[in-house]
Design a protein around this ligand. Sequence first.
Ligand SMILES: NC(=O)c1ccc[n+]([C@@H]2O[C@H](COP(=O)([O-])OP(=O)(O)OC[C@H]3O[C@@H](n4cnc5c(N)ncnc54)[C@H](O)[C@@H]3O)[C@@H](O)[C@H]2O)c1
Ligand SMILES: O=c1ccn([C@@H]2O[C@H](COP(=O)(O)OP(=O)(O)O[C@H]3O[C@H](CO)[C@@H](O)[C@H](O)[C@H]3O)[C@@H](O)[C@H]2O)c(=O)[nH]1
Length: 437
Amino acid sequence: MRISIIGCGYLGAVHAACMARLGHDVVGIDVDAAKVAQLSDGQAPFYEPDLDDLLTELENTGRLRFTTDMAAARGSEVHFICVGTPQKRGENGADLRYVDAAVEALAAYVSPGDVVAGKSTVPVGTAARLAEVITAAEPHATLVWNPEFLREGHAVADTLGPDRFVYGVPDGSEEHPAVAVLDRVYETPLATGTPRLVLDYATAELVKAAANSFLATKISFINAMAEVCEATGADVSRLADALGLDDRIGRKFLNAGIGFGGGCLPKDIRAFMARAGELGADQALSFLREVDAINMRRRIRVVELTRELCGGTLMGQRIAVLGAAFKPESDDVRDSPALSAAAQLQLQGAIVTVTDPQALANAAKRFPELPLEPDLEATLHKADAVLLLTEWKQYRDMDPHTVKALVSAPRILDGRNVLDPAKWRAAGWTYKGLGRP
Ligand SMILES: NC(=O)c1ccc[n+]([C@@H]2O[C@H](COP(=O)([O-])OP(=O)(O)OC[C@H]3O[C@@H](n4cnc5c(N)ncnc54)[C@H](O)[C@@H]3O)[C@@H](O)[C@H]2O)c1
Ligand SMILES: O=c1ccn([C@@H]2O[C@H](COP(=O)(O)OP(=O)(O)O[C@H]3O[C@H](CO)[C@@H](O)[C@H](O)[C@H]3O)[C@@H](O)[C@H]2O)c(=O)[nH]1
């Protein structure tokens, strides 16, 4: 099938490559000429495991190209909207200007029978509004909402083999002709038995908002337990292990630490609260305010614990921060807990050095005043305290004896609770976790 992808960022570039991998003829369209040039050269414009290999594999197939010209969408049967929906500046709500602009621009090139499939995360009610724009331009085209659930760091595998497909169609009916069109797009993963749910627009949009809210709530729940553990001397990691053995609860997404960040969970729960307010249902989501507050408190806690670790003051203390990305296996620093803690430590007088295997270029753009160091050993050199804030494998695998020889004082704050406290203490370290004795 001929497919266009509008917006080639973390979601769209992966979706474009994966659709070509499934055998479709794909054009990716983005307003960012630099990104289009890189993708056209077969290079991923960001770090995502397996994406570079996939782009290389597809380079000579002729099934994947990129352009800044929206007219290239003409002739595609399906058009995926993958542009950003960031948080509005100074407000909780989502900024829909990119989605609106993309749909407006695309509408001129839509033909009878085409399907425009929204993948961006949008407030409930957006699809119904955008459907009017599409049908005004082409009455025989259909807008569907097909939310995306991929995780960064696993984006290729998640796109090729998702847990489920959600199709939001105008009448919510399996018989809607757009359902068969999307089924052809996803024929290969559907053939493996991937569940596919056909829903109305509002329910489909809400699945995405509810899923991210649930994930955020699960993380803040265990981080709230970490606060109680800190007050009682209990161990939140062992608590999570025990809780997770109950099938109804499950161990996944129960890792306490510095909290959630990234380009999705924080802004999505805020946009959901804002939308509920507009709909007069704000009380229903007031718990998300608490979820957000618990999450932000974790970053402050890291600063407090570092001060304690350094004997009561941060002034002039050399702090090695391991991790800048919001999670491992990504170069994404949007709302990164590691970087916000590092910036706060610097503001309070510490001499901070941040390292990360992939995210330093993005970190430099967001926090130009933070000293960044690509080399792990150089970062650790003469440190008064080490903070593990993003759990990259190379940091989890560090040998406490080797690291001890590099630092000035053997003090470590394990912001993701991934190290073995007994092993580090046995090597002579003062170890602190979050919610762990
Ligand atoms: N990143 C993820 O893991 C992920 C997962 C699921 C859903 N989402 C949702 O997908 C959407 C995109 O997220 P992202 O992380 O890829 O953002 P991103 O900022 O990485 O990418 C957005 C891209 O859209 C482009 N763009 C903006 N306006 C455009 C226009 N008018 N025409 C063409 N291109 C345009 C930008 O240049 C950019 O390359 C958001 O709604 C996000 O919430 C993201
Ligand atoms: O037990 C956990 C699990 C995650 N995190 C943190 O939570 C954040 C988000 O992690 P994750 O959800 O794995 O990454 P994302 O790539 O942001 O993916 C989320 O956001 C995407 C965009 O909406 C959705 O598509 C995904 O389903 C959803 O998991 C990161 O900062 C993690 O460090 C924790 O602190 N504890």
